[in-house]
Design a binder for this molecule. Structure first.
Ligand code: C5P
Length: 221
């Protein structure tokens, strides 16, 4: 069957937010729950694949013993773990909401309350998906996500090409029930041949099945 294609395959999945330390007690984060990434990891593992799940801080548990959980906090840590594992995989699904900026110099001690403004200087983080796209081999599948608020299709398609992805999963913040924190999602899959597939609003578990089906279709062997 189609699912047999995933037996003996290994995938890297990133999930959740990243936390960027400002000082010992504060961080910059985002609203990602990790639910979509964990659902994809579970669906891949349930189909017989091995999964390396590189996850930022989330309140979720891993159920399938085919999933190896690698917990990270920052974008930098997530980048290093992905660099470590990608070459031994058959592909990666970049589901994490990685911070785009991180403090230039986190404070060593807790910053005290005061009357002056706190000007926090941020530097860009590495784009993990882009870095994997640069070293991707012919037989590896690379999938990304795009969460857009405007010019959705155009922005998603630009990211697909810039990062050398095989396909990108677009979810719009304009769709009720899609995006962060919810248990449901409404997606469009755009692939590098510019095929568009629109899906109905459904549970993130069911969305994960659609995404894994696209991975199976994209795998060369
Ligand atoms: O460019 P943008 O952040 O919108 O792209 C989103 C896609 O890129 C997602 O697949 C996300 O996981 C990935 N990404 C990444 N590393 C970053 C930023 C985004 O892997 N630093």
């Amino acid at each position: 069957s189609r699912k047999k294609k995933l037996l003996n395959k290994t995938f890297l999945v990133t999930a959740g937010p990243t936390f960027e330390k400002i000082d010992p007690v504060r961080f910059i984060g985002n609203y990602s729950s990790g639910k979509m990434g964990y659902a994809i990891a579970e669906e891949l593992a349930g189909s017989g694949a091995k999964v390396i799940l590189v996850s930022g801080p989330v309140n979720l548990e891993v159920a399938n013993s085919n999933i190896s959980l690698v917990s990270v906090e920052s974008a930098e840590e997530m980048y290093l773990e992905c660099q470590k594992y990608f070459s031994v995989t058959d592909g990666a699904v970049m589901c994490a909401a990685v911070a785009d900026f991180t403090p230039l110099q986190p404070e060593i001690t807790k910053t005290k309350r005061g009357k002056n403004n706190w000007n926090l200087e941020l530097k860009p983080t590495a784009d993990i998906a882009l870095s994997l796209g640069e070293v991707k081999k012919k037989n590896q599948v690379l999938a990304g996500f795009a969460l857009e608020t405007n010019n959705e299709l155009e922005n998603a398609s630009q990211k697909l090409h810039k990062k050398n992805l095989d396909f990108i999963v677009l979810n719009s913040l304009n769709d009720p029930g899609a995006g962060f924190q919810t248990d449901t999602n409404k997606i469009t899959i755009i692939d590098k041949d510019n095929n568009h597939q629109n899906f109905e609003l459904k549970s993130k578990k069911e969305v994960a099945v659609d995404i894994v089906n696209k991975i199976i279709d994209t795998l060369k062997n």
